[in-house]
Ligand binder design. Structure first.
Ligand SMILES: [Zn+2]
Length: 284
């Protein structure tokens, strides 16, 4: 089984995590730029962080056999801090870099006017740089926040096919499916989605444009939730090919729109990989 985690914050994780992920079949990850918990007070802190997830972290991941890419953006939470606004000026320089496969994470946290402004400005950058966008949905007032997110995307002119709306659940998946955007689900140990609810959503809404991630970070999270969801899909009667579609081909298709995804040839080959026990993750 080959797994692509399309949203994980490896900068917060250990080398043990990298080893366990490899053993479970994870061969590629995307690390979105996000909020580090401790507020950043200057644009220089962002630049050092962006450089770390574009330089140091791919180097670290490669030592454990995992391909690492990133998305770059000013996250919704820090969009509210005037000291961080200058980040928008350095973003174009980063969006031109090789391993950047989307603008993100963007979107709403508390749905303030400042967040509106920063969200729209970065969607315009996605249009200009011809990059897809990774859009986070708010944890409170989720349905209204998701609808408003989709409205702002429509106004931006970025095609829905270039947008991944993340952290969805049973309440929000319908409007995103209808809009034609890609749908991301974060499977967490005790909040957001769990494996069984994820399987139920896949049964109801199908596999098209569906992505599953662990969103593992510095909080209570589990970098093996992608594999655990794959196992739950198999137990529920989905085929190996279904699992490969959701956990590998869908994220590859979404982020390939950047033209910058670099994966090992044996993994990119697709069909030939399925059922090849030599290349399978250690747990099966
Ligand atoms: Zn995240």
């Amino acid at each position: 089984m080959r797994i692509f985690d399309p949203h994980i914050h490896m900068t917060s994780r250990t080398t043990d995590d990298y080893r366990a992920m490899y053993d479970a079949g994870v061969r590629a990850v995307v690390e979105p730029a996000f909020w580090l918990g401790q507020p950043r007070t200057t644009v220089g802190s962002f630049c050092d962080y962006f450089d770390a997830i574009l330089g140091w972290e791919p180097f670290r991941a490669a030592q454990y056999g995992i391909a690492h890419h990133a998305t770059i953006g000013l996250n919704p939470k820090e969009a509210n801090d005037a000291r961080c606004r200058e980040v928008l000026e350095v973003l174009p320089r980063y969006l031109a870099k090789d391993r950047v496969v989307a603008v993100g994470e963007l979107g709403y946290d508390s749905m303030t006017p400042e967040e509106d402004e920063v969200f729209s400005a970065q969607l315009a950058m996605a249009v200009e740089h011809e990059l897809p966008a990774l859009v986070h949905t708010p944890h409170r007032d989720k349905l209204n926040g998701t609808k408003r997110t989709l409205d702002v995307v429509r106004e931006s002119g970025l095609p829905m096919g270039s947008v991944l709306v993340d952290h969805l659940n049973e309440v929000t998946v319908g409007v995103v499916a209808e809009a034609g955007a890609w749908m991301g689900f974060s499977v967490y140990p005790d909040t957001k989605m769990d494996e069984q609810r994820m399987v139920a959503i896949l049964k109801e809404f199908g596999l098209e444009r569906m992505l599953v991630n662990s969103a593992a970070d510095w909080g209570n999270s589990d970098p093996l939730k992608t594999r655990k969801t794959a196992d739950a899909m198999l137990a529920a009667g989905f085929s190996d090919d279904d699992v490969d579609r959701v956990l590998w081909r869908n994220p590859v298709e979404f982020y390939s729109q950047s033209g910058r995804l670099e994966l090992a040839d044996d993994l990119a080959a697709g069909e030939t990989y399925l059922g090849n026990s030599v290349l399978r993750g250690g747990k099966d």
